[in-house]
Design a protein around this ligand. Structure first.
Ligand code: FAD
Ligand code: FO1
Length: 454
């Protein structure tokens, strides 16, 4: 197997015991192109042991609603079936990992635990608490990033250009073909091939059911691969032209698959790179998928305040403090923002797009967050409202890309200072006129407010 050791972080040193290998699947919820699963299988084969995959279903996660849980669980059902077909046991366990995994591992007689990488505060906390409660080794494998996050930099990178130099240096090592999972040669004698009753898991959830599931995207790793192929076939060639125009279908729409780990970013980058399409579009897409995305994980791993004003650069905190008392032309509360009831039809249209589809256009997310800074009493309130709405309605929410994107918009993270103005200070400003010059705002407003008018 050619897993690169620079992908593996020893989360807990201990004596490997004789027993099955367990992969605690958390962020990367797929059988295909999953380095953590491949590492676990390689260990199990070398130890002549069965391989078990465990997923801990948590009753609530960062404000996720039935919209996100529905998408995730339907995707997990596909992955569970594929694992069993590979003679790999799949176990769905209910509760927090540090509470339920120790007993599960003991009962399975596990020899070693493998998990994947997640830089967010809560998932990191699960991993460290678990490490205190088990006696077997824990290997953490970064299956989410093309260049492993812990390897590429040991500090918060200031901007895309500082990280880009490092990605260019190591991309050749890591943007490779990915081996396939093999049918596992051994299974637990007590291997319960029984799959969870997915219709029954809803009762373990404690989530808001008022945000409906969406139907424009099919969950699961098989649908993700098809969507990837369609994007490369139909939209990649003009990605550079259309991606920043909210009135055009220019983006890949793959972020929900990437967020839940139903699609490997390395697979996507590998297929894009070897396509013979417009080099400008390929470069633009890989810049987002590799540099921007890895910058977000780097930000969350090395900056505890990734979702707060305290996580902004000092220059940004200083400039926002200086303008803290500037008069706000409009002031709105969450009661105005959530239903999209501001004076600005463009902002309202973006909010409606997110509430209705679970995916606001990438360009509009910048405008949307910046206006929340302009129309609230403080940067702290702006961050709170932007994170709350983003994590409640976006299918791809609760993701390092989101915290980095909101921090970029409101706190200039990974951006530079711009000309000083009221409220924003030197944080980059965006306004309606700027959008009007750039794309057909009337068309975008019509499309997204029409459900109001109908
Ligand atoms: P495409 O343009 O097709 O890009 C392909 C992939 O590249 C994306 O799926 C994503 O993984 C990555 N990517 C693209 N743009 C960015 C970016 N600016 N930063 C990091 N990665 C990027 N992204 C999320 O995944 N979840 C979020 O909750 C989220 N919230 C955001 C909030 C704000 C205020 C801003 C400014 C950006 C946010 N983003 C978020 C980043 C970006 O807008 C989305 O990743 C993108 O719109 C997803 O749609 P797509 O997959 O069709 O994008
Ligand atoms: N990860 C889990 O291990 N168990 C869960 O029950 C779970 C629920 C969940 C719901 C919505 C969502 O957006 C993410 C969720 N995650 C869960 C975490 C997710 O898989 C990612 O690890 C994080 O969002 C970080 O990217």
């Amino acid at each position: 197997m050619d897993i690169d050791n620079r992908r593996i972080f020893i989360r807990k040193q201990a004596e490997i015991q004789q027993g099955p290998v367990v992969y605690w699947m958390q962020r990367d919820q797929r059988t295909n192109d999953n380095w953590a699963l491949l590492h676990a299988q390689e260990l199990a084969i070398s130890m002549h042991q069965p391989l078990i995959v465990a997923f801990c279903l948590i009753p609530g996660f960062l404000g996720a609603t039935i919209r996100q849980y529905g998408f995730m669980l339907k995707g997990l059902a596909v992955t569970a079936r594929k694992l069993v077909k590979h003679n790999i046991q799949f176990s769905l366990i209910h509760g927090l990992p540090q509470d339920v995994l120790p007993r599960f591992l003991l009962e399975a007689g596990a020899g070693i635990l493998v998990t994947d990488f997640n830089p967010l505060r809560l998932p990191m906390d699960w991993r460290s608490r678990l490490a205190e409660r088990v006696e077997i080794p824990i290997h953490e494998v970064d299956a989410h990033n093309i260049i492993p996050c812990r390897f590429i930099s040991d500090k918060a990178e200031y901007a895309a250009f500082t990280l880009r130099k490092k990605t260019e240096r190591f991309l050749h090592d890591f943007l490779t073909e990915i081996p396939s999972l093999v049918r596992h040669p051994r299974s637990q004698d007590s291997h319960d091939k029984k799959l969870p009753d997915w219709n029954d898991v809803g009762k373990y959830l404690n989530v808001d059911h008022d945000v409906p599931e969406v139907d424009w995207i099919l969950p699961g790793e098989d649908a993700a691969r098809e969507a990837m192929a369609r994007f490369i076939e139909e939209r990649l060639d003009v990605y550079n032209l259309n991606r920043n125009f909210p009135d055009k279908q220019g983006q890949s729409d793959l972020s929900p698959y990437l967020h839940f780990g139903q699609l490997s970013a390395q697979r996507l980058a590998f297929e894009v790179q070897r396509s013979d399409l417009n080099p400008g579009s390929k470069m633009a897409f890989l810049e987002e998928l590799i540099v921007r995305r890895e910058l977000a994980d780097n930000f969350c791993l090395h900056n505890p305040g990734y979702d707060r004003v305290s996580g902004f650069q000092p220059w940004a905190q200083a400039t926002l403090n200086k303008h803290r008392d500037d008069p706000r032309p409009y002031l709105y509360s969450i009661e105005d923002f959530e239903p999209g009831k501001t004076h600005d039809p463009l902002w309202n249209a973006a909010q409606k797009e997110m509430v209705r589809t679970g995916k606001m256009h990438g360009f509009m997310r910048m405008y949307w967050a910046k206006k929340i800074l302009e129309w609230t009493t403080s940067p702290e309130e702006a961050m709170e409202i932007a994170v709350y709405l983003n994590d409640k309605y976006e299918l791809d929410g609760r993701d390092s890309n989101g915290y980095a994107g909101i921090s970029w918009s409101i706190g200039g993270t990974h951006d530079r200072p711009w000309g000083e103005r009221s409220i924003f200070g030197m944080i980059r400003y965006m306004n309606f006129q700027g959008c009007k010059r750039k794309f057909d705002v009337d068309k975008y407003i019509q499309e997204n407010l029409k459900s109001e008018i109908d």
